[in-house]
Design a protein around this ligand. Structure first.
Ligand code: TXA
Ligand code: MG
Length: 326
């Protein structure tokens, strides 16, 4: 084909030259990942919930690269990942119920939103200009190893293009972001499979901002809220976590040309959990959405999942996946 004198533009050139490296989740891989963060690069890494796309939260250029790689709107703030409570306190004011909660439960699969500390050394892009900050100490050895090796705050949204399905394996990360990020630490499939629960500590009472992986039984000890009155975190667009297929919820059988994700007694083409185990369903949900995409499924139907325990977070994600697309 005659390409004439049309020169490839700089963006496409650097994109094709730039390969995403897959790092092993051992000391050498973690050290290399920490070096990439120090140099202002982007590294995806496993947490117990989903893979995060990390950058040095103090480095504005690095944080800007996260927004560019994901196509994420800049009004949507990022969670700052920390190695321990002391590190968290450099960025947020952690008092009262927030302090009790992190002292009792960290590390675990929840994030706290607290007032941003004045003069906190964070890029304003991380908090999208808000006067609060989301902080999280993940319960996963590779993530904690990276945070300790790096020794600083890591801004990390889920490692997927904005609005798409979160990644629960390194392959999912590469499917969405290959060539757009420097490396992925491959720690295998994530244990929990749904994002952290987000709890706000800004008013008189703690508020549940996002249903998530931290067990609602424990949450109810701290936050009295009903499923219906959950306010939304700024980035929780109605349509989110969506596969390419359209989605019909609470399906007891597949209609013509539908691909059915079963649960318990409803068998389906694939099952979130044949035994009706909600933890297994949470761990499988995104992988099965990715699988449906890979198989070119156009119409997806999903069996009912009970609103108990982590089933609340599963139903939250299913509703958003099924919401009208922009
Ligand atoms: O499990 C997780 O939380 C994963 C892993 C990687 O840690 N991260 C994650 O990040 O799910 P992301 O960016 O996909 O979702 C973070 C949510 C967004 O809805 C964002 O709007 C909200 O947290 N958020 C961040 N800072 C906030 C703040 N100051 N106030 C309220 N919501 C905030
Ligand atoms: Mg996300």
């Amino acid at each position: 084909m005659e390409m004439g004198c049309r020169k490839p533009n700089a963006a496409s050139l650097s994109m094709s030259e730039h390969r995403t490296k897959r790092l092993k989740p051992n000391a050498a891989g973690i050290a290399e990942a920490a070096d990439i963060l120090r140099a202002g690069g982007l590294v995806a890494f496993p947490t117990e919930t989903v893979y995060g796309l990390g950058a040095d939260a103090r480095n504005g250029a690095a944080v800007a690269r996260i927004f560019a790689a994901k196509g994420r709107p800049s009004f949507n703030p990022l969670i700052v990942h920390v190695a321990d409570i002391e590190m968290a306190e450099r960025y947020g004011i952690i008092e009262g119920a927030a302090r009790d909660m992190v002292e009792e439960f960290w590390p675990d699969a929840f994030s706290i939103v607290v007032p941003l500390r004045e003069n906190a050394d964070l890029s304003p892009l991380v908090t999208a200009g808000l006067s609060s900050v989301a902080l999280r100490m993940p319960k996963e050895e590779v993530a904690l190893g990276l945070l300790r090796a790096f020794g600083g705050p890591v801004a990390a949204p889920s490692a997927n293009p904005s609005g798409k399905i979160s990644a629960t394996t390194a392959d999912h990360v590469l499917r969405g972001l290959d060539g757009r990020i420097d490396a992925v630490l491959d720690g295998g499939p994530t244990r929990v499979g749904l994002e952290s629960t987000i709890i706000g500590f800004l008013g008189d009472r703690p508020t549940l901002l996002r249903e998530g992986a931290f067990h609602p039984g424990l949450i109810d000890m701290w936050v009295e809220t009903s499923f219906e009155d959950v306010p939304t975190a700024p980035g929780q667009m109605a349509s989110h976590y969506a596969p390419k297929a359209s989605i019909r919820l609470n399906a007891t059988e597949a209609r013509a040309s539908e691909f059915l994700l079963g649960f318990g007694p409803i068998k389906g083409d694939l099952s979130l959990s044949p035994d009706g185990d909600l933890g297994a369903a949470a761990a499988n949900l995104y992988a099965m959405f990715h699988e449906a995409d890979a198989r070119g499924v156009k119409r997806l139907a999903v069996a009912p999942v009970p609103y108990e325990g982590i089933g609340r977070a599963i139903n939250d994600r299913l509703r958003r996946a099924a919401a009208p697309r922009p």
